[in-house]
Design a protein around this ligand. Structure first.
Ligand code: MN
Length: 322
């Protein structure tokens, strides 16, 4: 079993632009000795927008809610729309709408300019909005790769049915997992990644137990988005981010092709026997640490301070994204 190291409690939300009301659950700029980038590598930033109701926006055409043109360089942004819709457009003509359940895996690489707004349809009708934006670092060998989008539709995500392991004879389905990235045993996730990463949306709706298996080389985190459950026997409720113990192994080059050993994470739903329990929604993040120095500020994440200064110079002199 991979023990829980810490449970990071609920945080105060803040606005990103005027469209995204999020809690920053991981931030590579934090200097907390017990929870900094070395504990979350390759994940740089993790913003979670819990379900929030927006009124219809009658001024959508002139004042859409969201964030206007801004740059990114040196990493990837992963946007998951749980409720509502996000429209995006970039400096090289790419555009689209991330609909409910869809995932956009954007590689900023050597640089991109883009904007992120509520979609026109959602903005005009209003309603519940909930999303994630995760920043995934790129290793130095791929930091300046070409910008790219992977637009992953909800229907393209492989689904694993979760069977109650506490009563296997009954083959009771207690929930499901959507494999955005990585691998769940033989099931491969929808996204291509530069380094080994698991990103799984998990839902539990019926009483029972199930086991997650994560490589023992990965930094591992689990967000409880909704509901309450037992994780390795500990009760955890919505808004909490679980940080598991550091990886016990580091992959070496000659292990690259081998199947890695895994650690178990035990889930039991519901947390208590009494009362009616709301379904649980979880997001598992695990990744093999890149293990390189990070020099980041604002929308840029490089390896050295000189690379970061040069990126700001390029941006200020109009030499960004040429
Ligand atoms: Mn952005």
């Amino acid at each position: 079993m991979r023990p829980i190291k810490n449970i990071h409690g609920d945080k105060a939300p803040h606005w990103v632009g005027d469209g995204f009301y999020v809690k920053t659950l991981i931030n590579h700029l934090d200097d907390n000795p017990h929870f900094n980038y070395s504990h979350t590598d390759p994940f740089l930033l993790f913003d979670y927008g819990k379900p929030t109701t927006f009124d219809p926006n009658p001024n959508y055409k002139t004042q859409p809610h969201g964030v206007g043109q801004h740059p990114h360089k040196g990493f990837e942004t992963v946007t998951i729309a749980y409720e509502g819709e996000i429209s995006h457009a970039d400096s090289v003509g790419g555009q689209g709408i991330i609909q409910k359940g869809d995932v956009q895996w954007m590689t900023a690489g050597r640089g991109i300019m883009h904007e992120e707004f509520h979609s026109e349809a959602f903005g005009k009708r209003g309603g519940v909005f909930s999303m994630v934006q995760l920043w995934v670092n790129l290793p130095s060998a791929h930091k300046l790769t070409d910008p790219n989008y992977q637009s992953i539709k909800r229907a393209d995500l492989p689904i694993v049915e979760l069977i109650d392991s506490s009563n296997p004879d009954h083959q009771t389905t207690i929930g499901k997992a959507a494999i955005i990235a990585g691998a769940w045993q033989e099931i491969t996730g929808a996204a291509n990644t530069f380094t080994p990463i698991n990103l799984w949306n998990i839902e539990l709706h019926t009483e029972g137990a199930t086991t997650l298996k994560v490589p023992n080389t990965h930094n591992t985190l689990l967000l409880v988005q909704e509901g309450e459950l037992l994780v390795n026997g500990t009760s955890v409720s919505a808004g909490n981010l679980i940080q598991f113990d550091a990886p016990t192994q580091h992959r070496t080059d000659d292990q690259a092709q081998q199947t890695l050993a895994t650690d178990n994470i035990e889930l039991h739903y519901p947390a208590t026997e009494n009362d009616e329990q709301a379904p649980v929604k979880l997001l598992l993040l695990s990744g093999e640490p890149i293990g390189e120095p990070v020099a980041g500020y604002g929308p840029f994440v490089m390896n050295t301070q000189e690379e970061l200064r040069q990126t700001f110079r390029d941006y200020q002199t109009g030499n960004f994204v040429k």
